[in-house]
Design a protein around this ligand. Structure first.
Ligand code: ADP
Ligand code: ZN
Length: 808
């Protein structure tokens, strides 16, 4: 069932659906007083022995929703794996694998009972309201109240129905209604048969125009046809009446591609490096066995071209392909490129599609019409048949991780799916995650490298600006170093473009009263509110709480309000003051909530109508702007200081990615990174663009401190409104874990307040479980959760996260 429970349920199938039922179909089952759409995941011929209920105790299911399974066997299999591995409810995982809005609505209906039948025999008076109602019910199996509105006024009808129910002549029951999302149909007309000579002679001018449009066998909607032929709809109807035209219904495809124009695909001659690694991939595709590749190629090295060739090869072998990308922002870019090559074979999946579009794309994949799927995380559950290739681009990205229940990692799920379906998987990145690179070292993945940019373009030259020296020089903190300002100036003198990055949106990070020291905290979370100047609000970046910006201190009432720290909004303002002649635009979550606006800014920048982009990490991803020769990173120090074992890895990735935006065209690029930690290894190696050196240092740190990839990690979050309760639950849980861990195969840390100790009004404690044995982590956690559940504690306040990406 698509609810938060960790088990399957057994129901008796009604006689009339036993033949038809198959795993993967949806079925209506009673839950409390309502009906709910569940999924058939297995069928038994007799009661399974391990079920501790008797046959009479088993409830009967209501009716099947589907005529063919909505879940293919592959989807059942992979969702089951996700449910088991990530300790998520299977029903919730299946639900997120299917297009939303396709479950039928449940409505109330009236049915006649046996005593109703008997009663009908005895009522003689034809005008009796009861008799009319009972007669209607005999004609049609069930009726809604509205179906009966013609027999009596509403209040009288309701009263009568209630009496009839009390007497036992009718019953109310829940029945299946329509789903909100379904196939879109339209009525079209077409030519039924060629005209006889006599018929052609008797046509009016208007009728002739209509038929001329139909001669090539095309089908048009009535409105379209009437408009094109400039006739009235009645003209078309009369032709239909004479049997010359006929009506039909036709599927309308809701196409998520914003622009119907399709670019011509580029046909490059592959470089030697591309050719040789494509050969290895093709060999694996031809074998049709599972194998995994890590395609480690610097930005602009031609990875995407390799993916496209591999997809071509997959299709030629008669199989299908799937490509995952981290962000919605990247899908239009990639999908246009894929569509140029593969046309309507491409289906696109991401969360900002409309429900109808999503349903249609899903249907095209399920029917086998579309054999190339591109999409974000949840596209891993696309009902692709005969999967031959899975590509996970930018495999290190944290957006592959779903952050709420059901938790799963789209990349890891993709790898397992490829394994189960004997497909080839390619993980691509310029900065592979530590896990993946380690897997390549140990031989679990084959390592493929594209160490150079296409056309031999040099990587941008990156250097660190030591902000401690800048401070000393000026005697006070500076947002921009003299070096960065000078670089911006010369870049624009040369009519080139620049990007300025700061990974913090808003105007200033917090507000301080200089008189009493008061700061403004979120009422729901353990963080200060961020000032957003355009909207004049204080905003919580975790729970979205907003309140007006104060004009005086909320504590002491004095007007010494002071805004501390800079966000992207303030950078934009400062830069506009410093460089009034520059056209500057900002890209962050505040400016790009509207997709149109976001796409327009990127287009304007790429066509030279904007000189400089200021923004957050959204700028670092995938874009290709050949005229950008300068990237300035204002600060990464906050990211480096996060109490999380991945903070160095994240910072390294961010800098390498954003540096990859510079110098993609003919002119060389330059990157400046401002920091108060100039000797940090993540920064030094990112500047040298030396992934392996970074890996070598980072992997030692992970090993020494027992972090992934050397141990399996689980994070257990205990949360709730009452601090005392949360703390005692956490301690209780720790005791249960210790009992389950009697062999000491796991290391258990905590409970400790989570780094964000309060979030959205809830207190949070966390416990970390580490072990060299992945199985052991689960055994211990599951045993503890079970005894907690057996003792009646609410399991919803215990969140088990397997392989957490961050432990914040
Ligand atoms: P990546 O995915 O590694 O960032 P892309 O595949 O996008 O790299 O390639 C970078 C640029 O080089 C793109 O503009 C692409 O069209 C071009 N390109 C890729 N392969 C070739 C090739 N063999 N010859 C010429 N240009 C190429
Ligand atoms: Zn908040």
């Amino acid at each position: 069932m698509p609810v938060h429970v960790f088990q399957t349920f057994t129901y008796k199938l009604p006689e009339n659906v036993r033949e038809a039922a198959q795993p993967g179909m949806r079925i209506l089952i009673p839950l409390g007083r309502s009906l709910i759409a569940g999924y058939v995941v297995g069928l038994h011929n007799e009661l399974p022995a391990d079920l501790d209920v008797t046959e009479v105790e088993i409830k009967e299911a209501s009716s099947l929703i589907d005529e063919v399974p909505v879940c293919t066997p592959e989807i059942l299999q992979i969702t089951k794996w996700v449910a088991d591995y990530y300790a998520s409810p299977w029903g919730e995982v299946i639900k997120s694998a299917l297009p939303p809005g396709t479950n039928p609505a449940i409505r109330e209906a009236i049915r006649i009972t046996d005593s109703g039948h008997a009663k009908l025999e005895t009522i003689e008076e034809d005008s009796s309201l009861e008799k009319q109602i009972l007669l209607e019910l005999i004609h049609r199996n069930t009726l809604s109240k509205d179906d009966l509105s013609h027999v009596a006024p509403t209040h009288q009808l309701i009263r009568t129905l209630r009496e009839m129910e009390n007497r036992g002549w009718i019953t109310w029951e829940k029945v299946q209604g329509h789903a909100p999302v379904k196939t879109k149909l339209r009525r079209v007309v077409g030519l039924r048969q060629p005209l006889t000579d006599i018929e052609s002679e008797r046509l009016t001018e208007g009728q002739r125009r209509v038929l001329d449009l139909m001669h090539d066998g095309s089908q048009l909607s009535v409105q379209e046809l009437a408009k094109t032929a400039s006739v009235n709809v009645s003209t078309i109807n009369s032709l239909a009446k004479r049997g010359i035209l006929e009506f039909a219904t036709e599927h309308v495809r809701r196409d998520p591609f914003s622009s119907p124009v399709r670019d011509e695909p580029e046909h490059y001659k592959l470089t030697d490096a591309q050719t040789s690694l494509l050969e290895e991939i093709e060999a694996s595709l031809t074998k049709q066995e599972y194998s995994a590749f890590l395609l480690h190629g610097v930005t602009g090295s031609g990875k995407t071209e390799v993916y496209i060739r591999a997809i071509q090869r997959t299709l030629a072998l008669g199989r299908s392909a799937m490509m995952l990308v981290p962000e919605i922002a990247l899908t239009p870019v990639f999908s246009q490129r894929l569509r140029a090559h593969f046309g309507d074979q491409v289906a696109i999946f991401h969360s900002s599609l409309q429900r109808g579009e999503r349903f249609d794309e899903w249907t095209r994949v399920k029917n086998g019409e579309a054999r190339v799927v591109i999409g974000t995380r949840s596209a891993v559950f696309a009902p692709v048949r005969n999967l031959g290739l899975v590509v996970v681009d930018e495999e290190h990205e944290s957006s592959y991780r779903q952050q709420d229940s059901p938790y799963y990692n789209g990349r890891d799920t993709a790898i397992v799916r490829a394994q189960k379906e004997s497909a080839t998987v390619i993980l691509g990145s310029a900065t592979p995650s530590l896990e993946s690179f380690q897997n390549a070292r140990t031989g679990k993945y084959q390592h493929l490298a594209l160490p150079e940019r296409i056309g031999g373009r040099p990587m941008a030259e990156a250097s660190i600006v030591d902000m401690r020296k800048v401070f000393a020089r000026h005697g006070k903190p500076q947002v921009f170093s003299d070096e960065l300002l000078e670089a911006i100036r010369t870049t624009h003198d040369r009519k080139e473009q620049s990007i300025v990055l700061l990974n913090r949106r808003g105007y200033s990070s917090f507000v301080l009263c200089r008189s009493c020291g008061e700061t403004i905290q979120c009422p729901n979370c353990d963080v200060t509110l961020t000032y957003h100047r355009t909207e004049r609000v204080m905003l919580c970046h975790y729970c979205n709480h907003r309140q007006p910006a104060p004009s005086a201190c909320l504590a002491c009432g004095k007007k010494f309000i002071y805004y501390v720290g800079e966000g992207t909004e303030k950078l934009e303002e400062l830069l506009k003051e410093l460089f009034p002649s520059l056209r500057i635009a900002r890209i962050d979550r505040d400016t790009s909530s509207r997709r149109r606006q976001f796409e327009k800014t990127l287009t304007d920048f790429s066509q030279g109508r904007i000189d400089m982009l200021v923004g957050t990490q959204m700028l670092a991803k995938g874009h290709d702007f050949p005229n950008v020769t300068l990237v300035g990173v204002v600060s990464v120090d906050a990211g480096l200081a996060l109490p999380d074992f991945r903070s160095a890895e994240r910072t390294f990735q961010l800098i390498t990615q954003v540096a990859g935006r510079a110098g993609r065209g003919d002119r060389p690029g330059r990157v400046l990174i401002q920091t108060y930690h100039p000797y940090h290894y993540a920064l030094r190696h990112a500047c040298a663009q030396d992934y392996e050196q970074f890996f070598n240092e980072e992997i030692v740190y992970r090993q020494n401190h027992s972090y992934p990839p050397f141990v399996a990690l689980a994070n257990l979050l205990i949360h709730g409104n009452d601090l005392g309760r949360v703390r005692s639950d956490a301690l209780e849980f720790r005791r249960e874990l210790d009992k389950a861990n009697s062999e000491r195969l796991c290391r258990i840390l905590g409970p400790a307040p989570a780094p964000l100790a309060r979030l959205k009004g809830e207190h949070r404690f966390q416990i970390l479980i580490k072990s060299h044995s992945r199985r052991q982590v689960r055994t211990v956690a599951d045993a503890a959760l079970k005894s907690i559940g057996d003792r009646g504690l609410n399991l919803r306040s215990f969140n088990l996260e397997i392989d957490p990406l961050s432990i914040m």
